[in-house]
Ligand binder design. Structure first.
Ligand code: NAD
Length: 247
């Protein structure tokens, strides 16, 4: 059956790699979501189409419920099929201790990483139920959730802790419907996220520190995500997989 891979934050980084590799893993329709970078999303969609799969570009600021609703209307216009949702859109906050975690900064991080992820999941699961074709979910957490990230972006770490707990709760609720819910916890991954968080030299500075001696790649995270969504993981739900080079 024709399957829909729906990846949020897919214009760059881990999301883009997941969308690009989707067709190799049997996803013949890929929904490429972007927040602001439409050109990036179009470029990813063009690469997906080169494989012979279909690609659809949708935009939404995941801090805005109405944007998410409009995006889901576009997805609902597609011919029904199982949906593999990758809840990947996220922001990191700049390094800082508790005193730096002012309410506005914390609200922004939670608005994207937690409220956005819950609302995208809520509306996507509603569509899965309406279509009755099943599906699965992978949430993108962070090693920071487990480490607590003392002395650096503790608000970001807390938001990813919420994603871990969300994964457990969703897995419990959706297991009776055959919808598996898992998460990955990436460690230090070579994407633009670090520069966006105000640390352009982060990878250079600490890239050697994971036990495997190097940062991971977006593709290595994508492979883990796509395995969790695959039939090969048919008995795996409520799992949170570290993709962190042993960290
Ligand atoms: P990235 O910056 O390339 O990707 C983040 C994506 O989220 C972008 O496409 C961005 O447009 C989107 N996004 C951000 N705010 C948005 C909003 N308000 N509305 C819609 N989309 C929005 O970085 P990445 O490293 O690929 O990050 C992907 C995920 O992986 C994030 O959830 C991040 O927290 C997580 N992660 C990354 C690392 C790492 O080291 N790179 C480590 C752990 C977890």
């Amino acid at each position: 059956m024709s399957k829909i891979l729906f990846v949020t934050g897919a214009s760059a980084g881990i999301g883009a790699a997941t969308a690009r590799l989707g067709p190799e893993h049997g996803w013949d329709r890929v929904v490429v979501h972007y927040g602001r970078d439409r050109d990036g999303a179009e470029a990813v969609a063009a690469e997906v189409r080169e494989t012979g799969a279909e690609a659809f570009v949708v935009g939404a600021d995941v801090r805005d419920d109405d944007h998410i609703a409009t995006m889901l209307l576009a997805v609902a216009d597609l011919p029904p099929g199982p949906i593999g949702l990758v809840n990947n859109a996220g922001v990191v906050s700049p390094t800082g201790k508790l005193a730096d975690c002012r309410p506005e900064r914390v609200r922004q991080v939670f608005a994207v990483n937690v409220f956005g992820a819950i609302e995208v999941a809520r509306q996507t699961v509603a569509l899965m139920r309406k279509w009755g074709k099943g599906g699965g979910i992978v949430n993108v957490s962070s090693a920071a959730a487990r480490l607590g990230s003392a002395n650096q972006y503790i608000d970001y770490a807390a938001s990813k802790g919420a994603i871990d707990t969300l994964t457990l709760g969703l897995a419990d609720e959706l297991a009776p419907e055959g919808i598996r819910v898992n998460a990955i916890r990436p460690g230090l991954i070579a994407t633009d996220l670090h520069a966006k968080g105000g640390e352009p030299d982060r990878l250079e500075r600490i890239g050697h520190t994971p036990p495997l001696g190097r940062p991971g790649s977006a593709e290595e995270c994508a492979e883990a995500i796509l395995w969790l969504l695959s039939d090969g993981a048919s008995y795996v739900t409520r799992s949170i997989l570290d993709v962190a080079g042993g960290r």
